[in-house]
Design a protein around this ligand. Structure first.
Ligand code: KIV
Length: 272
């Protein structure tokens, strides 16, 4: 799958599905489920590394996890999902050269074919244009941009007229700069829906209503595994509780302590 394919999907009205993965197990699952795109998002800093924001994530960590994601795919190369990797905080904010080196390192050493970065400030647009000139496809990200948490928090964005005008302007700038798609996070559905019609590149929503060209979800959130669920990512089932109950049962059935009233008979232990 190539990035240009996603623009074709939009033209054909074919819905685009994007799921995050952070290791070989999660990538094999989302590939088998049929995701078009696998995003190695820097949300892995919160989901699997236990940080309270995405800011501490390093380029080395992104590469380490992206390599594991690539190793997890089971389908032939031509049938594997497109892999997009987030550029972590400070890997692209300090200038174009540093950004090319960071993005190039990810693409050179893993199966990722594109990077995602946040915002549309003038410096960011220069970085995007340079990356694209160097042959590195870029996905944009507007609305709730978690790397700016200390400025905007985790709350819903583009709620007033002024910030809606800004997101329109910024989306257009990202498209003109050459982004192949844009993630819109936690903004009103009507704004995302209008942007979907206004832009020729795909609009991928998360907490941005259902009228987008595609949807992206943090896989741990929709599997109900995250301890803190974002309000806009409803779990499909109570994954954490199901896992805990199953493991509790296993612990009980394997407990060799005869004092333990829940210990099962030796028959149930033959599963070792
Ligand atoms: O890091 C991530 O997982 C993301 C998605 C929430 C879009 O950027």
């Amino acid at each position: 799958m190539q990035t240009t394919e996603l623009v074709r999907f939009k033209k054909l009205g074919k819905h685009i599905t994007v799921l995050t993965a952070w290791d070989a197990i999660s990538s094999s699952i989302v590939e088998a489920a049929g995701a078009d795109v696998v995003l190695v998002g820097d949300s892995l800093g919160m989901v699997v590394l236990g940080h309270s924001t995405t800011l501490p994530v390093t380029l080395d960590q992104m590469l380490h996890h992206t390599k594991a994601v690539c190793r997890g795919f089971c389908k032939p190369l031509s049938e594997q999902p497109l892999v997009v990797c987030d550029l972590p905080f400070l890997s692209y904010q300090c200038g174009e050269d540093k950004a090319v080196e960071a993005a190039g390192t990810l693409l050179k050493n893993s199966c990722a074919s594109a990077v995602k970065l946040e915002g549309a400030e003038p410096e960011t647009l220069l970085v995007i244009k340079r990356l694209i000139r160097m042959g590195i496809p870029v996905m944009g990200h507007l609305g709730l941009t978690p790397q700016s948490v200390h400025q905007i928090g985790y709350k819903s964005q583009a709620r007033d007229k002024e910030s809606q005008e800004k997101i329109f302007k910024d989306s257009k700038l990202l498209q003109e700069s050459g982004c192949f798609a844009i993630v819109l996070e936690h903004i009103p559905g009507e704004v995302a829906s209008t942007l979907k019609k206004y832009l020729t590149i795909p609009v991928i929503g998360i907490g941005a209503g259902s009228d987008c060209d595609g949807q992206v979800r943090v896989t741990a959130d929709i599997l109900g595994l995250s301890i803190e669920q974002p309000p806009f990512a409803k779990p499909l089932f109570p994954g954490r509780e199901l896992c805990i109950d199953a493991l509790k049962e296993w612990i009980d059935t394997t407990n060799p302590n005869p004092e333990n009233p829940t210990t099962k008979t030796s028959e149930s232990k033959s599963d070792y």
